[in-house]
Design a binder for this molecule. Structure first.
Ligand code: NAP
Ligand code: ZN
Ligand code: ZN
Length: 348
């Protein structure tokens, strides 16, 4: 089956229309008509080769939302017509200890990433959601609550789970003081989810113009990180910091904002390394941790949580012809708060 897509055909090129072939559904496969696909900053990093792991042609996109159009004869979890999502992974070995523990992102044989990777046969390249159709094994297809707006739900498949997972891992609960660093796609989901879990959220941002939005999203306070006074005023304030920033910045400055035993969870992936001083960690037994998306079961839990609470992303729906412009704008932090591609515009 032919799918209309947008791809980076070779290194250094912008996104452009491209046609790919999708396999016929195998017994456990689900064929999905894509309705919307979110644009994650990880797409930008990889499309531009910023992580030194890029293979081309690349069809990015791992915030895929659509409807099931066909199912293989042994599929039991999904039916034709269901609203479904696909996130960052499309397969894993299913047998190793992380896979059995529902942490497929840490599969010992390496999971099959949705794009810029290969299927588990390690030869067939994977192509992501900037395309009209995807075909994915049912075990990696998520149920999306019908009550949610489909365009707003697409970003839950990466931005949602990536921020939900560290909040859950570190026990975010009512009354906790949580800071979110960077108000972009991940950051705005972190604010909504932490607020929904009952935390008192402070937004730490470089963009003064986003202060009003932060309050609307659920933040109780807003502080500018370009203002040095912020770091003295808020010293030793937070139980948990979720850092979503995509560019290099001084982790030490933020660690000092943690209370004793506080946790700073890094989810943003700046392309270059950042030094951390021992003192920032030792003074207060502070913990600096990372977090990578979330497993399939946890992603379903997050979608169900968002269904119950009515949480979706704030999106700017764009035509495929605007993808390159959206990438430029994300580079300037000009995103409110997730670009989502209307897949019907991929055909033209
Ligand atoms: P995004 O929408 O572009 O938002 C990033 C935000 O970071 C910006 O809006 C800006 O917020 C802030 N920022 C940008 N440059 C900055 C700088 N130089 N100094 C300080 N703040 C800056 O990106 P995203 O899609 O949320 O992704 C964020 C990062 O998470 C990316 O590196 C992405 O690859 C990574 N990611 C990781 C995972 C994971 O599993 N760990 C999953 C998905 C994405 P303000 O305007 O508020 O300052
Ligand atoms: Zn992502
Ligand atoms: Zn495995």
């Amino acid at each position: 089956m032919k799918a209309h897509a947008y791809a980076v055909v070779s290194e250094g090129r912008p996104l452009e229309p491209y046609v790919i072939e999708r396999r016929d559904p195998r017994p456990f496969d689900v064929a999905i008509d894509v309705l919307y696909c979110g644009i994650c900053h990880s797409d930008v990093h990889q499309a531009r080769g910023e992580w030194n792991n890029s293979t081309y042609p690349m069809v990015p996109g791992h915030e895929i939302l659509g409807r099931v159009t066909r199912v293989g004869e042994r599929v039991t979890r999904h039916r034709v017509g269901d609203l479904v999502g696909v996130g960052c992974m499309v397969d894993s070995c299913r047998e190793c200890s992380p896979c059995r523990d529902h942490h497929e992102q840490f599969c010992e044989k390496d999971c099959a990433w949705t794009y810029n990777g290969t299927e588990m046969d390690r030869t067939t390249p994977t192509y992501g959601g900037y395309s009209t159709h995807v075909v994915v094994n049912e075990a990696f297809v998520l149920r999306v609550p019908e009550s949610l707006d489909p365009a707003g739900a697409a970003p839950l498949l990466c931005a949602g789970i990536t921020t939900f997972s560290p909040l859950r891992q570190w026990g975010c609960k009512p009354g906790d003081r949580v800071a979110v660093v960077g108000l972009g796609g991940l950051g705005h989901m972190a604010v909504k989810l932490a607020a929904a879990m009952g935390a008192e959220v402070t937004m730490l941002s470089t963009s003064e113009s986003k202060a009003k939005d932060a309050a609307r999203l659920g933040a109780k306070a807003f502080a500018l990180t370009r203002d040095e006074a912020t770091f003295t005023k808020l010293a030793k304030s937070f139980d948990l910091i979720v850092d979503t920033v995509s560019a290099p910045h001084a982790y030490d400055d933020y660690l000092r904002l943690l209370r004793p035993y506080g946790v700073m969870a890094i989810v943003g992936v700046p392309p270059t390394a950042t030094p951390v001083s021992a003192g920032s960690l030792i003074m207060g037994n502070r913990r600096l941790v990372g977090s990578l998306i979330g497993g399939v079961a946890e992603t379903q839990e997050m979608l169900d949580f968002c269904g119950e609470k009515g949480i979706v992303a704030d999106v700017e729906v764009i035509a495929a012809s605007k993808i390159n412009e959206a990438y430029e704008r994300m580079g300037r932090s000009d995103v409110r708060y997730r670009f989502v591609i209307d897949a019907s515009t991929l055909r033209s």
